[in-house]
Structures are given as C-alpha cells and as structure tokens.
Ligand binder design. Sequence first.
Ligand code: SAM
Length: 329
Amino acid sequence: MELQDKFGRKFPYIRLSITDVCNYKCTYCLPQGYKKTPGDNRSFMSAKEISKLTKALSELGVCKIRLTGGEPTVRKDFFDILKDMKQNSKIEKVTMTTNGYRLDKIAKQLHNSGLDGINISIDSLERETFKNLTGHDRLPEILTGIKILQDLNFKSIKVNAVLLKGVNDTDKDFDIFSNFIKDNKIDFRFIELMETGDNREYFKKNHVQAKKFKEYLNKNNWLYQTYGKNAGPSLNYIHPDFEGKFGVIAPYSKDFCKTCNRLRITARGDLRLCLFGNTGTSIRHLLQNDNQKKELVDLIISQLHHKKASHHLEIGDTGITPNLSSTGG
Ligand code: SAM
C-alpha cells in the first residue's frame, strides 16, 4: 500500500512530534521559551500510543519516520520510543531532529539504539552568536557530540541552520559553514525563515531569501545535484573539494510543494497534512486498541484527499501554526 494524494504525490515519510516542549529559546521560534498552548489540556501521546501508530503507518507504506518536537530528547521515555520503533516495527529508517541538547552525553546511546540519521540545528558556528540565538551556551558540547557520532561511523549527520539577516547571511558567514564541511562528511542545509502565527514582526525584519545562499554556491562552483521524484524539497549541492554537501530548503520558491513527500503528526495525536494551513484531524482516539488499526489506516487514507496543492505561505497564510515547535518542525 502507498499513501498518495489527488495530485499524485506520494508520502513515504512522516514527521512525528513526540512533545511540544523545547528547552531552547530560539529567537524565531520560542523567544520567551516554551509555554503550554492555552486551552489545550491534552497530554502528549504515550509511548504505547506511538507504538500502535507506528505499526499502522508501516502498513501504509511509510518507510521513514523522523522524530521531532519541541525537543524530542527532553522526553524521559525518548529512548524507549526510539528502540520500540526500531525493534518492533517495519519502518526502515528512524531519524530525528534535535537541537543537540546533551548530544555529547547521548551520542553513543543514539548510535546503539539504531537511529538511522540525525538532523542537528546549529544556526551559528560562533559560540557567542549561538548563545544569543538559542539562550544556551551549548555549541561546544554539540560539536563534541557530532565528533563522537563520527568516530562511531554514524551513518547520516545533517546540520540545519535557519537563514537569518545579520546572523548568518553574509559570504563571510557562509565561508565559516563551508570550512566546517570541508573535511567533515556532513550535509549542511540552510532553511529559509518561515513566517508563523507568532513571529510576523521578526519575520519581516529577519527574512532573507534562499537565493542569497544559492548565489554564493554558484559563485563558489558548487554543483546542483538532482535526485529522484520523491526525494523531498531540499536542493542539494556537491563540490569535488569538499567531504560534506550543502542543501537549501526554500519554502517560498515556486514549485516547493510539488515535491512534498511528508505528512505530520503532532505530539497530541493530530494528523496534519501540511506544516501550515489547517487541514488534518485527530487520530488519537484510534490509538487505544490493537483492533482499531484498520479504522486508523482508513482514516489516514481518506484525509489525504484534503491535502492542498500548496501551503499558501507566500501570501502570509500561516494557518493554525503559531510556531514550529507546536506542530513539529
Ligand atoms: N528542537 C528540535 C530542533 O531544534 O531541531 C526540533 C524541532 S525544531 C521546531 C525543527 C527545526 O525547525 C529546527 O531546525 C528549527 O531551526 C526550525 N525552525 C523553527 N522555526 C522555524 C521557522 N520559523 N522557519 C524556519 N525554520 C524554523
């Protein structure tokens, strides 16, 4: 079975948020730190509910799940969830997105648990700037964590940075990232800042078009690398003199949504058909018993008919997404 929408897009990939809570205060996401969504008293899905969900998803042809949040590692049962997914489901790839919190301490355990890939968010490689952006002086421990993973021959390490005016958007800043991946087998990706319900003013002041970084790549002889039809929205670049790769995620670019290959499930068990907009429904009531699996599978399939062609972010429609921590970025 394959999940497919009316535009012919396939969805082998799920972003699964396991908590809204984040311990960082990134200026563009949660500048005041995490606060409970007013009026939403629902708990986060339990490890048991997540286990049932994972099994249903693998029947729907999902072969990759990315654990995200909030910050997934703040959940006390994070490793139980990860291990269950690796050991008791047919999902081929389980990856995660993390702010790198305690990465130096948990790198080995991540590797031993069978994690297939890690995306680490590092918006600046300058310690002071990193601290000012996130509210945490944790860059050295994240870099140590990456080194530990590399020494363990960990398969797939990606670093993401949000492109921000005055923070990391000059050729000098791009050179710093470029030096970082020169001898380092890391995929480094710039994500264009997205407007959300909470960050409108910040967005107006700090948004930089991804084309600024693309121009840098062209100037420095990076080669655009094409992938297959279902490869997802990152544009990837390689260079013969570099171990690492660069990538650009440009959500405001014209055909961005044409390559969408993912659905999202929030920590409270809502299926979201897009990071933005308001399409989707709660599926949590169908995660209570094993005999609900068919109903759950049918509900997810029927919801896909509501997936829209585009996120409409370009017209400032941020839907019900106050910040990415609440949906699972
Ligand atoms: N806590 C984890 C982390 O920091 O990677 C996972 C959740 S976080 C919401 C996922 C990613 O979304 C991070 O790379 C973060 O920088 C990015 N992000 C958050 N808000 C964003 C925005 N408004 N525009 C673009 N990227 C954003």
